[in-house]
Design a protein around this ligand. Structure first.
Ligand code: COA
Length: 143
């Protein structure tokens, strides 16, 4: 099941971030304030009462940016991120979003492969985006 998060999910979303060592490190307060933004959308998966993965994006005026994706370590390689991503892209298309972009570390081969599997292409790069010699790919897809 994939559902859309509300501010009451902030603690459970932050728990995914704290358990995933490669995650961006968003905290509960960050999720709460993000989810109060009208352009913010966070989709999540759940196993029993536990949230297992999420994808966060912002969409406005026909454009969307994927900001963060994370999966609990013991649930990785089971297709959760791919399902979240394809679900989010379908929702955005229904919302008449025409272009989706994101930045991803060039060292994050798993995430780059995930996005490519969902049809995103490398559009360019941002040098030193995550720090010295920590370059990012700009990836995107037209819906
Ligand atoms: C990257 C991440 C979101 C992938 O989640 P996941 O649920 O394990 O991914 P999926 O099982 O849906 O895999 C989909 C595709 O992604 C790619 N992929 C995922 N994990 C991979 C890995 N460890 N190595 C190589 N490719 C990988 C593969 O192409 C895979 O397709 P396949 O199973 O047919 O080979 C997860 O590892 C994670 O939470 N990483 C830490 C946070 C992060 O890096 N987020 C992305 C940047 S914001």
């Amino acid at each position: 099941m994939i559902a859309r998060a509300t501010p009451c999910h902030a603690a459970a979303l932050a728990e995914i971030e704290s358990q995933q060592p490669r995650a961006a490190g968003w905290k509960q307060q960050g999720f709460e304030s993000e989810l109060l933004q009208p352009c913010a959308q966070i989709y999540y998966t759940q196993q029993g009462k536990e949230l297992t993965a999420f994808l966060a994006l912002r969409a406005t005026h026909g454009f969307a940016e994927i900001l963060n994706v994370a999966v609990l370590p013991r649930y990785t390689r089971q297709g959760l991120a791919f399902r979240l991503l394809t679900h989010a892209l379908a929702c955005l298309k229904q919302q008449r979003v025409e272009q989706v972009t994101l930045e991803v570390s060039q060292h994050n081969a798993a995430a780059v492969a995930l996005y490519q599997k969902a049809g995103l292409r490398i559009l360019g790069e941002r040098k030193d985006f995550y720090g010295p010699s920590q370059h990012a790919f700009i990836m995107g897809i037209d819906l």
